[in-house]
Write a protein of this length. Structure first.
Length: 319
């Protein structure tokens, strides 16, 4: 648990061993408030992991008015469908990632090898427990292959679900009501060669549907024994991020952030890599321990293959 900006409190002496258990407890904020004195560790001495443990990750589409307009512009074929879903009672929901495939802050997100137009989509993440209660909030990055999706709506799973296409965390904000969350803003910053090439901000309050609507739709005829994480759609980067060549180092890196202001879910930073054979083999061999406060001091606790050393030129932040 965060203590100020520079320290963490170890929750394990209080019997809290996982994010899932905390979110399932009912009132996570009250449970944390009732804890006594806990061991403190400098933030600089730990590496924060992804807070997704056993939760499936899903996403909602066309929840912002600007996202509806943008997606209608990208494909004449799909324009009618996007226009209809924005005003429909039933939201667009789609599967995004298995928990073991979600990358953490500081790890590399992927770009499909057959995509020509790939964009980061920074989004507020609703962390729901098994009862469908919104128990916390995080920040996520929903990488998308826009040219593949725009070619045909039936290609959406390929455009959205691929190796390293989703990042979440590292922080989970508990105890906030929807009214407070809607006061937050999402900001994206894209860097190349040490220079900012794009920035933008959108208010969470522009999400048309209530969080309760989205939660109810997620749990309609569906069961999530460990809860689930729902990406609430995005503030689109708004420019084409073309991959140049096949090597990791030959195409853009991205860093992203979501809201560093006090009480917000916090910073997420990712580079990009081409989703290649070497990357997949490294990923399969990793030791994945999904706990955001887990200390990582040695190589066996590595939470994924990082390509940041191969991609020093640019970055992507959301906050």
């Amino acid at each position: 648990m965060a203590k100020g900006d520079n320290a963490l409190l170890d929750l394990s002496p209080a019997g809290i061993e996982s994010i899932t258990a905390l979110l399932e407890s009912g009132d996570a904020a009250q449970r944390l408030a009732d804890l006594g004195e806990l061991p403190e560790t400098p933030l600089a001495d730990v590496t924060l992991l992804c807070p997704i443990e056993a939760q499936e990750v899903w996403a909602a589409g066309v929840t912002y008015l600007r996202s509806k307009d943008a997606r209608m512009e990208e494909s004449d074929f799909s324009a009618t469908a996007y226009d209809r879903v924005y005003d429909a009672t039933r939201p667009e929901l789609f599967f995004k990632s298995l928990p073991e495939k979600v990358v953490a802050c500081g790890e590399s997100v992927g770009i499909r090898s057959d995509a020509q137009w790939s964009v980061p989509e920074p989004e507020l993440v609703l962390m729901m427990n098994s009862r469908g209660e919104i128990a916390g909030y995080a920040v996520g990055n929903d990488m998308s292959s826009r040219d593949i999706e725009g070619e045909n709506l039936l290609y959406l799973p390929q455009a959205k679900v691929y190796h390293r296409s989703c990042a979440v965390g590292p922080w989970v904000r508990v105890g906030a009501r929807e009214e407070e969350a809607r006061e937050w803003e999402i900001t994206i910053q894209i860097e190349r060669g040490g220079e900012t090439v794009f920035e933008g901000t959108v208010s969470v309050n522009q999400i048309k549907r209530t969080f309760g609507e989205l939660s109810a739709a997620m749990f309609q005829s569906q069961v999530f024994p460990f809860g689930c994480a729902l990406l609430t759609h995005r503030h689109r980067a708004g420019r084409r991020l073309h991959a140049r060549g096949r090597r990791h180092s030959s195409h853009p890196n991205l860093r992203n952030r979501l809201s560093e202001q006090p009480g917000r879910p916090g910073l997420i930073l990712n580079h990009t890599c081409r989703s290649c054979r070497d990357c997949r083999s490294n990923w399969a061999a990793r030791d994945w321990v999904h706990h955001p406060q887990q200390r990582k001091r040695t190589a066996p606790f590595s939470s994924g293959a990082s390509h940041s050393a191969d991609n020093p030129a640019t970055g992507f932040r959301c906050w």
